[in-house]
Design a protein around this ligand. Sequence first.
Ligand SMILES: [Zn+2]
Length: 368
Amino acid sequence: MLISLAKMAASSVTKFRVELHCHLDGSIRVSSLYELAKKRGSPYGQKPFEEFKNDVTYTEIGNLTKFLKTFKIFIPWIVGDREFIKRMAYELCEDKANQGVAYIEMRYCPHFFASAKVAELKRVDGDLTPHGVVQCVNEGLKEGCKDFGITAKSILCCMRGFSAWSPQIIELCKEFHNDTVVGIDLAGDEDLPLTDHEVKAFEEAVRCGIHRTVHAGESGPSAHVKTAIDVMKAERIGHGYHVLEDEKLYERVLEDQIHFEVCPMSSYYLSSAGTENFRKHPAVRFAKDNLNFSFNTDDESIFETSLPNEFNVGYNKMGLSEAVLTKLVFNAARSSFLPENEKLDLIRHLQGVYGMTNNVNTSQCNTL
Ligand SMILES: [Zn+2]
């Protein structure tokens, strides 16, 4: 009974938001993680919930070591657990539906949850391969979409520092193309070098019509944004705040309408926007210059945020107008990796919700 009521609640919420940059492993319900910690017999599961929550979230400023440590606490509990992997994808759909999200692209690197064929992490003896992880996530997403009236797709992440995985990631993208997987990403520490493996994987993505986004210019320099566009043929940039260091490049991304996936609270806590003053956040300039960008959570459980909260930050702390914030929703829809017909359906749905009656095609949305 409770479950069916929850389903009804999430499926009946008006869906008027779009999110493009959300990491599955950073968006797991803390209550579900707590259950899992207990099931695994971890000492973390013995702690009171509030103390546990403090361990697996990150709300300090500029302490990258603690941020990275949070993932290291709970990822080992998930490795090889088909049921939990499916559950976290399913619950993400419910949580996002409750936030009024009509469409979400969530991303992950399947190797982090696999117990087999991941020699780099010394995981070879289990029975869940990265391929099996994608199947579990897909099942969770499909069921979540059905139950909560949301559309959810996925992006598979290559990881800087784990180059050997990149050829496998692109093969998984090809096999599951449009079977929830709509794109490829490059994530991980920007200080680590880009290798031929990533470049080749992205070349293959171009050849196969698989969409591309790259984490660049978050902690790294504007040159990384340039490389992402010129070498990786990225259609979207994850974060990209440091693009402002290179005016010429900035003019070019404005002209070419390259989409920037901005994550306000993430940039605040990880000090990637170069300021703790939201009025001076790069997004304020992006808005003024009519850059094609969106608001996203990045890792909503870790940062204890949500998509509505990110928009509140935009309104209350950055001083962005409602018109600008509405435009960000349409920017996200237009720059989504959905097949063109589904993208048009999403845009029409949003137009209906926002009371726009004109027929607007995907390219015109940028001028809303
Ligand atoms: Zn990210």
